[in-house]
Design a protein around this ligand. Sequence first.
Ligand SMILES: Nc1ncnc2c1ncn2[C@@H]1O[C@H](COP(=O)(O)OP(=O)(O)OP(=O)(O)O)[C@@H](O)[C@H]1O
Ligand SMILES: O=C(O)C1=C[C@@H](O)[C@@H](O)[C@H](O)C1
Ligand SMILES: [Mg+2]
Length: 168
Amino acid sequence: MKENLIFIGMPAVGKSTVGIVVAKRLGMNFIDSDLLIQEQEGKLLREIIAEVGDDGFLKIENQVNRDIQCENAVISPGGSVIYCEEAMEHFKEIGKIVYLKASYQTIKKRIRNPKKRGVVLKEGQTLKNLYDERVGYFEKYADITIDEDGCQIEETIDNVIRVVEGEA
Ligand SMILES: Nc1ncnc2c1ncn2[C@@H]1O[C@H](COP(=O)(O)OP(=O)(O)OP(=O)(O)O)[C@@H](O)[C@H]1O
Ligand SMILES: O=C(O)C1=C[C@@H](O)[C@@H](O)[C@H](O)C1
Ligand SMILES: [Mg+2]
């Protein structure tokens, strides 16, 4: 069985956009967990968060990701999946976890309005607080880390493929 690749990292780091191209170039399937969540719930992510709150959203996110059964696929979950313990345990079992790493400055430039993007921010929490809180989780779960600061998206894709193929 060819194992899966699971991308983690801050929102807007490129899990989805990098993920789909990596999948195509490596002859793998592609799963975007956010789309699975929207399909299951029949609503947009921000509508789900508005209805059930952050904790309710994380429960759904945990269930959807925990239940993914696949092989030879790139999986791109949302940035908040690292709070979903069962889902992360499942990912550890079914594949290699790739952390797309970018500095706070890079992320800040890409996300103008975190709430509108559906980022799971607690009351009063800033994007900087969130960044600092999540880094520890990303480092804990990562099997492979790809630093994308100063890279164009094509370079990030090439770097992921080089490292993944080097490990195969
Ligand atoms: N070097 C780079 N690597 C990755 N993405 C880049 C880069 N430079 C610019 N981008 C842009 O940043 C955005 C990344 O958005 P994307 O939706 O893929 O992030 P994500 O990690 O899937 O976020 P989310 O957690 O919200 O699902 C895209 O618009 C992409 O074109
Ligand atoms: O990083 C986050 O907090 C999120 C990112 C999105 O992809 C979605 O999964 C959701 O809106 C939460
Ligand atoms: Mg995404």
